[in-house]
Design a protein around this ligand. Structure first.
Ligand SMILES: CC(O)(O)CCCCCNCCCN
Ligand SMILES: [Zn+2]
Length: 634
């Protein structure tokens, strides 16, 4: 696996700027680039990255996506005076030319392609390109929305051509719809395009019908265009995480891309004048972390929008920090998405049901009850206040819908994955976790005995078990003292080790410890005080096991394609875990587990988004330890 994070920045891209007064375009200023770069320097992140130089994109590369006419018009502006520049700019919706625009736009294309080359060649694992002018609105024959050449679309075509890629995922978390990218790949099943965007029932720019959730792609491209419209402003971390858990990530894992490119606009972050959203910069660390689990970590992040310089800078730093493998900062606050977000999530899932295996069980009966077009909903309660939650008006249809969504929100957040019986995939001895092993000296027996004497003394008679606890407790101690980020311990009895780890962590003072136990968990610690949440993934109902408040058992077995795994982990375990906001995660793997090694290592990687990546893994299966197991990335 390649390592290192590329950072591509060239201050020449700051020369493009608005020469006349235009209240629409005057937010796209050169300082967006320079202040982001300064912020990265102030957090000592630049020096940790691999510097890759920008270059000019060639005319041939630009023609991968744009018409010759578009290229010629852009080229001709280099020698124009202000008067002519203004006139040409007026041919487009929300675009301005400067004499240096053409050169800057070619640098933006070239920087993007340099990043693709650095990642695809294995020189680095991932990276970010700080570019302007942005690209995702520009079209084959037109500039649009501050964009001249479509950097990300050109990068996808370039990667297909040069590296023979057949599955490229483009994630567009900019708050505007990248209609340019949608138009370019609408009929192309090799490029999966996901965009969320402020929409407000087509009121918000670019106010296109084809930005709604029912634009799923055309012809062979059906199912490969995903639009998630935000019909209210004020969307926050919980809405963004829900969109990833319940829409993007299941599709992305099923699509299994060879490369992931992000149209990384930060105008979806708090404080931005365009987005008017509430998501905090930390959320971009989580979104980045999730995408790093795809395509063997091959991730290219390309700047698009972002107009509040402080918010932009913080979000860029959160992104780069995560690309470098740093622990992910804890997300705090309300964890349930708002009703409007749930409605949009449901609608896009229903629209894509015919095209995705993971949606095979999707219950779209709600569509009969609801008006399938949300703008009808809007008409019904048009007198509601514009604040985040629509009030329940006297119109009983709206009441029914709100009530219905409330019920459905629980379902959406806690769907019961389809219980299916299938054989367990045979596990290889793949590397369980990646590098940075820090071997820890074991705790001695007397210390262990005294430590566990309180609650499991009778169980730990044999020395072998006692010793196994020693290695786990030694590692756990380092994690509790925050000397290391995470650790892995072998154990002949994962259940006992997990129970001891939970008890020890709570006694150490941790208030909320999450335990994900894979396999049959013979011992269930008392979780009544709410200081532990146990999710047990097991093959069959535990005899006489009562599911108590903080102890959830999920019984299912991995099916051939592992789709249940994704919908259960992404649609259930992660939302529950994020709602619990643990400050430590214990993952224990028992003997007869229902998950393969690759499934478990993905589960561990995804759980790293919690508790500032503090995880202790207790593995019982001997095979895992015979391979060169190593720890999760720090
Ligand atoms: C890269 C980007 O998506 O951030 C560009 C956004 C352009 C916004 C244009 N607004 C036009 C408002 C017209 N009433
Ligand atoms: Zn934008």
């Amino acid at each position: 696996m390649a390592s290192g994070t590329a950072l591509i920045y060239d201050e020449k891209m700051a020369t493009h700027k608005l020469l006349w007064s235009d209240p629409i375009c005057d937010i796209e200023v050169p300082e967006r680039l320079s202040s982001s770069y300064e912020q990265l320097k102030s957090y000592h992140l630049v020096e940790r990255c691999v510097p890759v130089p920008a270059r000019e994109g060639s005319e041939e590369e630009i023609l991968l996506v744009h018409s010759l006419e578009h290229l010629e018009v852009a080229k001709s502006t280099q020698t124009m005076n202000e008067e002519e520049l203004k006139r040409v700019s007026e041919n487009y919706d929300a675009f301005f030319f400067h004499p240096s625009t053409y050169h800057c736009a070619r640098l933006a294309v070239g920087a993007t392609l340099q990043l693709v080359d650095a990642v695809m060649s294995g020189e680095v694992r991932n990276g970010m390109a700080l570019v302007r002018p942005p690209g995702h609105h520009s079209q084959r024959n037109a500039a649009n929305g501050f964009c001249l050449f479509n950097n990300v679309a050109i990068a996808a075509e370039y990667a297909k051509l040069k590296y023979g890629l057949q599955r490229i995922l483009i994630v567009d978390w900019d708050v505007h719809h990248g209609q340019g990218i949608q138009y370019i790949f609408e009929e192309d099943p090799s490029v999966l395009y996901f965009s969320w965007h402020r929409y407000e029932h087509q009121e918000f720019w670019p106010s296109l019908k084809e930005s709604d959730y029912d634009a799923v792609g055309l012809g062979k491209g059906k199912g490969f265009n995903i639009n998630l419209p935000w019909n209210k402003v004020g969307m926050g971390n919980s809405d963004y995480l829900a969109a990833f858990f319940h829409v993007l990530l299941p599709m992305a894992f099923e699509f299994d891309p060879e490369l992931v490119i992000v149209s990384s606009g930060y105008d979806s972050g708090i404080g931005d004048p365009e987005g008017q959203m509430n998501a905090t910069p930390e959320v971009f660390a989580h979104l980045t972390h999730f995408l790093m689990q795809l395509a063997n970590g091959k991730l290219c992040v390309i700047l698009e929008g972002g107009y509040h310089l402080k918010s932009l800078g913080e979000s860029v730093c959160m992104t780069v920090k995560t690309l470098l493998g740093d622990p992910v900062p804890q997300i705090t606050g309300e964890m349930a998405p708002c009703l409007s977000a749930v409605e949009s999530i449901q609608n896009v899932r229903a629209a894509h049901k015919p095209y995705w295996k993971w949606l095979a069980y999707e219950d779209t009966s709600f569509l009969q009850n609801l008006s399938t077009k949300s703008h009808l909903l809007k008409k019904a309660n048009s007198n509601t206040s514009t604040e985040h939650e629509t009030k329940i008006t006297n119109n009983n249809n709206t009441v029914k819908v709100e009530r219905f969504l409330e019920l459905h929100m629980k379902n959406i957040l806690f769907p019961v994955p389809p219980i299916k019986t299938a054989t367990i995939g045979s596990e290889g001895s793949e590397h369980f976790l990646s590098e940075h092993v820090q071997l820890v000296k074991e705790m001695d027996k007397t210390e262990i005995k005294s430590l566990v004497s309180g609650f499991y003394a009778d169980l730990v008679e044999e020395d072998k078990i006692l010793l196994s606890l020693g290695s786990m407790l030694a590692i756990l101690d380092k994690i509790l003292k925050k000397e290391v980020c995470n650790g892995i311990a072998a154990s002949p009895t994962a259940a006992l080790s997990a129970a001891v780890a939970l008890r020890h962590s709570v006694r150490f003072g941790f208030q909320r410890v999450l335990c994900v136990f894979v396999g049959d968990m013979q011992i269930t610690p008392n979780t009544e005080d709410g200081k532990m949440l146990i999710i047990n993934i097991c093959e069959k109902e535990q005899p006489g096991k009562t599911s108590c408040k903080h102890c959830i058992s999920l019984n299912w077995k991995e099916d051939a394609e592992g789709n249940d795994f994704f919908s259960a982990v992404l649609g259930f375990i992660l939302p529950v875990a994020y709602s619990y906001q643990p400050n430590l995660t214990v993952i224990a793997v028992g003997p007869n587990r229902s998950l393969g090694i690759s499934g478990i290592s993905l589960l561990v990687a995804l759980l790293q988004g919690l508790a500032e990546s503090r995880i202790v893994a207790v593995i019982e299966h001997p095979v895992v330890l015979s391979t060169t197991v190593s720890l999760c990335d720090l």
